[in-house]
Design a protein around this ligand. Structure first.
Ligand code: NAD
Length: 469
């Protein structure tokens, strides 16, 4: 037992014991110590949670959107009061360095939740097309299944949008990082979110995740995680034609054109690739550089990577924490050991703390665009640099991926924008354009189906009805 243990599930507005006495261990990946236990939920717990969500649906969906916005507003206040705890909890269970954890792991979900509270308070008016009144209605009971890399943001992006739309939710957070989700449910209880609107069932993907995906009472499954699991969830939902929204993997390209500010492009590009130890689905893991700048870019990327301080997430100076688990570290090390490109920074021999799941920031140059290194999502601090000769070749290499989630382009504004338009990907940042938490977020190709965030994210949880008069 530890002081961070959370022995209950949240179902129908109350903390309730799980149906089985089994629990899952939560590890601190920087120390490899067990820091907490959470219930290993079962299909029976999912049944109870879906029933509670179903029972709450008509009342919640029947409220005016502005009334739901007031609940979201209270939820935001209660969650914002926990901002410090959120950053520390994610630092403990995931290993994100505290400074980044405060800004991204705590700051981002609060911004997203604030946005949904505001959007719901000022809903978009209904529309008339000829003799038809077009209305938008909640999809129903939503099963939300989330991963570990941005463990509160990914939960809030689903839960807040679904709630604003009028849906009720059964959430299963990642078994690797379940603790921060508990803070959201503490806040929900304090904010007086009506019973059954939000339900929490912790557990494994194979047991709880699969039970949610295949449950006849779940109208929509909103999933973020690996492409392999996304396919399994889609198959499970297909039998009942349940709606599925998927945010999956990526292998994004950062294109540094001939007329780019190379120093800025490389520095920002390396920072992007290594954010959260490279465990970011949008990470620019392929840096494509025009041949005229290639040697300079490789040298600069290697120097920048070598300058990263790797270590304890709670040390002020730490830039790169551990990977989330031993399995993830071993997987990333496997990619590095199989690579046949030129290693210019990091690698398996580079020093890292002896305890904890650390991998040194690693840069490969002269990477073959068709190789495993350039095609597979590694989900660790590994950057591949690839040269190109002209804009057409850059676009061809960038689009030579089964993924299409994000990307970057650096160059004169018009030329960079023209290249951005040609990239088959859900988002592109031109010359370091900042991430916008209200812009639609999602993937082309095997990076996903549907969009999250902002009004597009809200619409994902709505049905559209035409009423003729
Ligand atoms: P994962 O697919 O293993 O797990 C994600 C969630 O799905 C977890 O809660 C897990 O318990 C659950 N799950 C596993 N098997 C399941 C099954 N058969 N049925 C139902 N649920 C199941 O992914 P992960 O390892 O947690 O996260 C890393 C992956 O997620 C990476 O590939 C990354 O790119 C991707 N990801 C994508 C985005 C995005 O927004 N596009 C964001 C974060 C992570």
């Amino acid at each position: 037992m530890t002081s961070l243990d959370r022995p209950h599930l949240f179902i129908g507005g109350s903390w309730v014991p799980p149906s089985s006495g089994s629990s899952l261990e939560v590890e601190n990946p920087a120390t490899e110590e067990t820091i907490a236990h959470v219930p290993a939920g079962t299909a029976e717990d999912v049944d109870r949670a879906v029933s509670a969500a179903r029972a709450a649906f008509d009342g919640w969906a029947g409220l005016p959107m502005a009334a739901r916005g007031e609940v979201l507003d209270r939820l935001h206040t209660a969650l914002a009061a926990r901002a410090g705890d959120i950053a520390e909890t994610v630092g403990l269970e995931l290993g994100t360095p505290l400074k980044v954890a405060k800004m991204v792991q705590a700051g981002l979900p609060l911004t997203v939740l604030r946005g949904y509270a505001d959007a719901a308070v000022r809903p978009t008016p209904e529309e008339t097309i000829g003799n038809s009144l077009i209305v938008h209605e909640a999809v129903g009971v939503v099963g939300a299944i989330t991963p570990w890399n941005y463990p509160l943001h990914q939960v809030v992006a689903k839960v807040a949008a679904a709630m604003a739309a009028g849906c009720t939710v059964v959430l299963k957070p990642s078994e690797l990082t379940p603790l921060v989700a508990y803070l959201l449910f503490d806040a929900a209880e304090e904010a007086g979110v009506p019973a059954g609107v939000l339900n929490l069932v912790t557990g494994t993907g194979a047991e709880v995740g699969a039970a949610i995906a295949g449950h006849p009472g779940v109208d929509m499954v909103s999933f973020t995680g690996s492409t392999a699991t996304g396919k399994a969830i889609t198959r499970a939902a297909a039998d009942r034609i349940a709606k599925v929204a998927l945010e999956l993997g990526g292998k994004s390209a950062n294109i540094v054109l001939e007329d780019a500010d190379v120093v800025k492009a490389v520095k920002v590009g390396v920072g992007n690739a290594f954010l959260n130890s490279g465990q970011t689905c949008t990470a620019w893991t392929r840096m494509l550089v025009h041949r005229s700048h290639y040697d300079e870019a490789v040298a600069l990327a290697a120097k920048t990577a070598a300058g990263y301080t790797v270590g304890d997430p709670f040390d002020e100076g730490t830039r790169l924490g551990p990977l989330v688990s031993g399995a993830q570290r071993d997987r990333v090390r496997g990619f590095i050991s199989r690579a046949s490109a030129r290693l210019v920074a990091g690698g398996l021999e580079a020093p890292v703390p002896s305890r904890g799941h650390f991998v040194a920031p690693t840069v490969f140059a002269d990477v073959d665009p068709a190789s495993e290194l350039a095609q597979e999502e590694i989900f660790g601090p590994v950057l591949s640099i690839i040269p190109f000769g002209d804009d057409d070749e850059a676009v061809t290499i960038a689009n030579n991926s089964r993924y299409g989630l994000a990307g970057g382009v650096w160059g004169s504004p018009d030329r960079a924008l023209a290249v951005a338009r040609r990239m088959r990907t859900g988002a592109v940042d031109v010359n370091g354009g900042a991430f916008n938490p209200f812009a639609p977020f999602g993937g082309y190709k095997q990076s996903g189906v549907g969009r999250e965030l902002g009004v597009y994210g809200l619409a994902e949880f709505q049905q559209t009805k035409a009423i003729q008069r």
